[in-house]
Design a protein around this ligand. Sequence first.
Ligand SMILES: Cc1cc2nc3c(=O)[nH]c(=O)nc-3n(C[C@H](O)[C@H](O)[C@H](O)COP(=O)(O)O)c2cc1C
Length: 457
Amino acid sequence: MADRLFLNAFVMNTTSHIHHGQWRRPDARQQDFNDVRLWIDLAETLERAKFDSIFFADVSGLYGDSDADYSVYVREGLQIPSNDPTVLVSALATHTEHLGLAITSNVFQQHPTNFARQLATLDHLSKGRVAWNIVTGTQDNGYRNFGYRALAEHDERYRWADEYVDVVYKLWEGSWDEGALVQDKEGSLHADPAKIHKIHHVGERYAVEGPFLPSPSPQRTPLLFQAGSSGPGRRFAARNAEAVFLVAPTPDVARQQIEETRALAVAAGRDADDITFHQGLSFVVGDTEEEATAKFAEYRRYASSDGYAAHMAIVDPDGRVYPEDTPISAIETNTARGFLEHLRRHVTDREPTVGDLQLQRLKDTVVVGTPDRIADEIEWWRAAGIDGVNVINWVIPGSFEEFAEKVVPVLQERGLVQTEYAPGTLRRKLFGDDRLSSRHPAAAYRGAFAEPVPTGT
Ligand SMILES: Cc1cc2nc3c(=O)[nH]c(=O)nc-3n(C[C@H](O)[C@H](O)[C@H](O)COP(=O)(O)O)c2cc1C
């Protein structure tokens, strides 16, 4: 476990990300997400509060089954419209110095050659502050937007991801040796050809020759986040992730997930501490318990039950959200199985309903109270083994301003979070090193594509 707690701001370049309906509050500014100023101001607030990163979720299409009516998503502003976070963070890189810039990108949404180049460029221009949340997607419509017939089968999605990361690791770690970029004006040598290699990747889905066009960026491979919770998802995380995003319903469940994933990482030849775990939590902060409770009641009044259900794809083929008393066994869905299984683990005394599902989402990970009470609760999560908190917002920028002003100082007083940034890249700040650990599978590509030195026979 890391010796301090990391703080990440969980956001999306859209109006309604997680807590649906809140955009209607008078103090909500998330509907101004097209305005870069909103994000620059937020990034500056986060940096003043010494947050470790701003973490952008992303999608490639609509939730729900592809052929269903999608009007509920449009009405709710639920991740449509939404913009590309990769483009946005390049602007944030120029207004911040230390804040990590984490973006989500699905493995089918871009060719790995182009994706690797974009992230290398971002890593150069942010001086090594980029992280990638590797996702495989749960959206039928997302696949159709990229020319595929439907959502690939679950395990197939992870096989796809295996090859995708293999290609980008080869480009980031293997194509250029250290010291290849010489830029010697007198010697008239810009880069050393003997140190730049083609990768000749030929796999099931991709054929990439190389060499990689960008020279190595400060981190080479960006810091790697992952958030899958299924068996294949966890095995993928155990092999690849340096930071796992959890939304565990309780500290005990988090502890179990952490222990299992760490054990899988060790089985894959990594150290247990090569992976950090970051729990998503929302906060309702009050100067007194009564004030916090009253504020939570207000958030609940704005909460859109249609929005929560639609986010989980609990929408019938005509685009109608299933009524709250619908037993979940009556729901037909290709895409929401994970949510339904999650609920079955929590409501065990009867058949759970759509209403349970909505409430569960609102209850699971919300912490309500004074800053001290919130800090106590964060300490319980910490005791369960988490390394970081992803702060999920109700409103932008208010939820982060409030957390920065009221909760961060208490966490700092208790020595739980940093009071100053350490210098260097995002990975150096988290793990003490600019580059991926030598135990990571990507490290095997370092020097792997060099031509054999002629023996002189
Ligand atoms: C906390 C959390 C955040 C996620 N964020 C995204 C996201 O931004 N975009 C996306 O396409 N999928 C996202 N996912 C989906 C996962 O990456 C993964 O594709 C999904 O959980 C299915 O994988 P699994 O069956 O292994 O759990 C997220 C999942 C979790 C738990």
